[in-house]
Design a protein around this ligand. Sequence first.
Ligand code: 0X9
Ligand code: ZN
Length: 811
Amino acid sequence: MSFVPALSSRRARAVVGLTGALVVTGALVTVPSAVADPTNVLSVGAAQSRDCAAGPARGAGVDSYTVTAPTSGLVEAGIAGSGDWDLAVLDAAGDVVAASAGFGGREKATGFVDAGTELTVQGCLLSGRPGEVTVDLTFLEILGEPETSQLVTVETPDRKAKERLQALDLDLTEHGTPTSIDVVLHGEADAEALEEAGFDYDVEIADLGAQSAADRRADAQFAAANETTGLPSGRTEYRRLADYEAELKQLVAANPGLVRPITLEELTVEGREVHGIEITTDVDRVHDGKPVFLHMGLHHAREWPSGEHAMEWAYELLDGYGSDAEITDLVEETRTIIVPVVNPDGFTISREATTTDTFGTFSYDNKRKNCAISAVTPAQFRTGTCAANNAGRYRGTDLNRNYGGLWGGPGASTSWSSDTYRGDEPFSEPESRNIQALVASRSVTTLITNHTYSNLWLRPPGVAATGAPLEEPLYKALGAKATAHNGYANIPSYELYDTTGGTEDWAFWTAGSMGFTPEIGDENFHPAFERAVVAEYLGLEPAAGAGLGGNRAAYLEIQRATADPAYHSRIVGTAPAGWSIEVSKQFLTSTSPVVGRGGEVIQFEDSLSSRYDSTGGRFDFAVNPSTRPIVAGRDGREPTAPPQPPATLANPAGTPGENRALSLSGPYETTTFTIEEGYDNAFADLRFTWGSAAVADWDFYVFDADGDVVGSAATGAQPEVVTLRDPVPGDYTVVVFNYAGGVNDDWSGSVSYRNPTPRVVNEPEAWTLTCTDQRGEVKAVRDVVVARGETVDVANVCAAQSRASKAASRG
Ligand code: 0X9
Ligand code: ZN
């Protein structure tokens, strides 16, 4: 009761706040380029390989024209040519204002400029047939009122308070303690929402814009002072989108047979391609049966170090191949797919915004989401581009809330402008569908999805209610191997607070990929490069992994696990050359009970498949377990003793006065209970009721003998219930606050105990194994049940099954 009004008023405020900002500042001004203008056409007579964003270029394969920026704000240049075209918008000094360097001819360069800037639009044809492309050039004026964003630590003494904070739809970070969460406040309205809801907070960074500017100055100094770094690439500063693209291209060109380009299935919301590379020996033999490690960055636009880490891992493998014995073996035995920028639309806005930090209200530096316009977005926020629209950075879906498995539950917002907006439907976004399609088709046995920040190494489940997977001990142990090198906390994601729709939840529970979400660093989303990338990656001061090997050593553990048959399943046998073995399954994946839709569980069609192309003779095909972890069962244990008998909690005489600050310095009363040795109390349930729910609102906080809050109930509804999991024997104190109530509505309470939940092991599921010949004709079909760590020998499966099916057709 006490907190529900805050939720609804905040929701309204989010939208009103956005409208308000623009009533004051006016609308976006579009200055469309004249498409008919002949200067918009770039024409080259020959192709030549080059880095188009390196600066003004001349000669073969290059054409350019100049234009003056008519407004301050966004500049966006796009082409759709055939062959490999790259694009750069340069200022008079030759510096890149916007650039794009994808594998093909579809490019979109986004940047920010000041009015009057002389710009050169430069196109380069790297390969393919000479010819023309038309540049679609757009300028959009952004009129925003600067507002100050700050990073604060909010006091959340317990899980309930964390949930209450989540309900405010503020920009929560993953940085927290058992009693606090760090939150980004984007302007005054956010601060007011926090204060209105009665939260106490300390300011960590008073002006994030100023902090970011200082970090970028430090970055510039670092880059100027250092020609190279100890990073595998030697990189000295954060990459921009075109840097990632150009480097991927260079790695392909420089490593024939070892690196191949991949472009994910779907274009982003803004029409960009999403690129990656695959690394292994004989790389073009895609269906070679090797276990696959998928390493990703930048689901979240502002988390720049996450893409850097993924990219450095590519260099690490390529540097080590042929020079380091272990890496040489691992490159040979595994296939690594690196997708450094899952969300290029969002990333390029965040990354480019820092160069002109004048759009405070829009705070593009801190953009998190993709560029989707939700079906529920009001009309006034639907126009313009992602980098210049009335909702600014609030446009978009949180890609790490959009994965379909368990989608739509707690910790994901239903409000389109929220930073954790879940999207209109499970997998409604092309960027999350891209990763779904990749994982579902490529035997991704291990997975890293990098994020920032908080020095965490997270594994499923993201939401406590899911329960621990059967494989929890193996999963936890693999996490521990990694965190021995980076000093991060090795915990399930839900431990700080619940979230649903995350990448590794779908990838693990559905596809069986053992994935982790590293939350890199401990400072901010993209602090100085030297600390957030160089120190974290290499394990140097001031990183938590200083001297322990750092993230490079942590990733090496995952690469080793990829090669290790203990972490995947194997199907072995023989098959004729040119024939293919495929494992597949179709099923329905369930969301969470969907918040805001009456708790309805949506089921959607989902499928997994993976292929092995035989070169003749024996094969060894690495796949994921045939049983999806979501159906396999749950971890648990048998009770070792009965639970303790229940007891009544004594209510002291009298009634404490109202205390809305829920503060120990205000009025409260206490009651105590003791958990005794000799019982197996996996759960202690405290239950409180009172006379008239319409009048009273009692809140309860449970402290252990050390004075730490271990549980609470403060929803305002009856009964209030606190459940302690595996509570240690000892004395406990319940602090009771009278949030709103009176003498006639005094509370009564009890504590009861439960044994642990035993391990649940369900019936296994099978893969459907299909053998096809060179012409694609199906020669055999059979079921294969295989667990993680197990090898199943299907012998000469194609021949044996064809006999079996002949026999079946005769019978
Ligand atoms: O919120 C997220 O998507 C991730 N954190 S971040 O700060 N990089 O945005 C973490 C997701 C999983 N975390 C929890 N279930 N708490
Ligand atoms: Zn993130």
